[in-house]
Design a protein around this ligand. Structure first.
Ligand code: ADP
Length: 543
């Protein structure tokens, strides 16, 4: 027997209409490429989104068309999210930090009709224009006065909006209609496109809303440092409007000094981003001897939050939520909201739990599989590959039958490529990415564990543990590290510091000092680059 309830499609356009009605005072505050700070409420944003939707129709955008963005976090980028997806087109966010080769591949593969671009990134497009489709059109996201000279024959964003009606009848379509497209960075092979639907995006927004609602009050200001060009800024632009948060959009100023200033001025309550960004902010906090005013909550994800970072934030009264996910998961999989019994633990033990990746979000199922394909117990000890399943997880990749065929197993589970365990309380620990694990003498060593403990050494500011080939042991761990001060600690000293947590055979064979660690397009330490950079390196006992 079927239930007798209405079925309304879950559409992205509903989110902003709701925010404009229910949270009319909340604002989007943006650092603009024009150099100033801009503010508009959700009702004002909705009116501009209507104008933009009309303009897009005028440019011939139709259901299913891909419309791309190459932009910082700001209100115009936010408007594009809603105007594009609201009318059934696909908002294809492009990461400006990709190589020219990847950018060309992605735009051609997605068959974008239009690209909206911030003034900052105009040169990137000009440099590759001849390799992009001839009929592609460009819109620069500024007003007439700030339009840069360009060879793109580009339209002007603000001019598109002028004289457009401040109302728009959103078409009603199937909730499974594609809404967003985000390509994975593709450390191997070509990038692959995760194609989100209206339904998956709305469900993800409600899921993230449940998580945010536990620690961020209505009317609080939320700063997504995580870019709108990477997995929809972890869903914040859809979840925060539901909860009545104001959004503080940082534009391109993402260094510690600028972030501190912005957070301080705008009284940001909660900020979200990858660990490398927080390294910068913590440096500035240390310099100033205080945290930005109002700063109470930080979400760290994208790669493992170093234990020392969690400890430092918690000591200054900033609640840390450690989240795990991936592009293919919209991206949230687990989050760091903790039950009271964890918060009540002695400080060091509480930090130990927060260094784990937290509990699954409702709607995301997790399972761990051993080498024989058997499901292992959630006992905190058994380790294996992590698989996920749910309404916010990809079933395949855009226009890529080969990768799609391998995306999920027969029961619909998606293999994450992460090695993990889950304990009796449902708390996930990511041991490593399978390709980053270090295999020595038939035993695995977690690079994340090595990095966590090494980074707690006062002489080490940042580090990465990578595997080096060894004829007898297969692989041996080596630390690539950035020194915290002028004096670089000796390897013996680092070993003494680490030996409390590791057996002797697990300790790194060497430390290589570098000025900075290479980062990927999404701001994570690039182990691939490190492995290439030190391809000719020889371990001390082999020299
Ligand atoms: P990319 O593959 O381009 O880096 P993603 O952002 O989708 O794109 O990366 C997802 C991966 O990042 C995960 O599979 C996992 O290995 C890693 N990751 C994300 N969050 C965490 C975390 N909190 N701890 C450890 N690893 C993480």
């Amino acid at each position: 027997m079927k239930g007798m309830m209405q079925h309304r499609p879950l559409l992205i356009s509903n989110i902003l209409e709701y925010a404009a009605e229910a949270h009319a005072k909340a604002e989007i505050i943006s650092v603009r490429t024009e150099g100033d700070i801009h503010r508009q409420t959700y009702p004002q944003t909705l009116r501009r989104v209507y104008q933009l939707a009309n303009a897009l129709q005028g440019l011939g955008v139709q259901l299913g068309d891909r419309v791309a963005t190459l932009a910082w976090n700001g209100y115009r980028h936010f408007e594009l999210y809603y105007a594009i997806s609201g009318q059934g087109a696909v908002c294809h966010t492009i990461n400006p930090r990709l190589s020219a080769e990847q950018l060309i591949y992605i735009v051609n593969h997605a068959e974008d009709k239009l690209i909206f671009v911030d003034t900052t990134f105009v040169p990137i497009l000009q440099a590759v224009r001849s390799e992009l489709p001839a009929d592609l059109r460009f819109v620069i996201m500024t007003d007439r006065a700030h339009m840069p000279e360009n060879t793109l024959d580009a339209l002007c964003y603000e001019e598109l909006l002028v004289d457009q009606p401040e109302s728009f009848d959103w078409p009603e379509f199937d909730e499974n209609t594609a809404a967003g497209l985000c390509y994975t960075s593709g450390t191997t092979g070509n990038p692959k496109g995760a194609l989100y639907s209206n339904r998956s995006t709305v469900l993800h927004a409600m899921m993230v809303g449940l998580i945010m609602g536990q620690s961020i009050p209505e009317e609080a200001r939320v700063l997504p440092v995580v870019p709108l060009f990477h997995v929809n800024a972890w869903g914040i632009p859809y979840a925060s409007p539901l909860l009545g948060h104001s959004l503080v959009m940082p534009g391109g100023a993402l260094d510690g000094e600028n972030l501190f200033k912005l957070m301080d001025q705008e009284n940001v309550f909660s900020a979200w981003g990858v660990p490398t960004v927080w390294m910068g902010l913590l440096g500035e906090i240390q310099k100033q001897g205080r945290k930005p005013s109002g700063f109470s909550d930080v979400v760290v994800g994208g790669s493992a939050a170093p234990r020392k970072m969690i400890e430092t934030f918690e000591k200054m009264g900033v609640n840390v939520g450690h989240a795990w996910g991936m592009t293919e998961m919209s991206p949230i999989g687990t989050h760091g909201n903790m039950p009271k019994w964890v918060k009540d633990l002695p400080f060091d033990q509480m930090v130990d739990v927060k260094a784990k990746q937290g509990r699954r979000a409702f709607g995301v199922q997790l399972k761990i599989i051993d080498d024989n394909g058997q499901r292992v117990a959630h006992d905190g000890k058994a380790v294996g590959e992590l698989y996920v399943r749910g309404n916010t997880i990809v079933s395949g990749y855009f226009n890529n039958p080969e990768a799609s065929a391998k995306a999920v197993d027969g029961d619909g589970w998606f293999g994450t490529g992460d090695i993990a365990s889950i304990d009796q309380n449902g708390i996930l620990t990511i041991q490593d990415r399978s390709k980053d694990l270090i295999k020595s003498g038939g035993e695995w060593i977690s690079s994340i564990d090595l990095e966590n403990v090494a980074m707690a050494h006062p002489g080490i500011a940042a580090c990465a543990a990578i595997a080096m080939p060894h004829p007898k042991w297969d692989e041996r761990p080596v630390l690539v590290a950035v020194a915290a001060g002028a004096d670089k600690p000796a390897l013996d000293d680092i070993h003494t510091h680490m030996s409390e947590h590791f057996a002797k055979w697990q300790l790194p064979d060497d430390v290589i000092w570098v000025e900075a660690l290479p980062l990927t397009a999404t701001g994570k330490v690039s182990k691939l680059t490190l492995r290439q950079q030190f391809a000719d390196y020889q371990l001390p006992d082999l020299r």
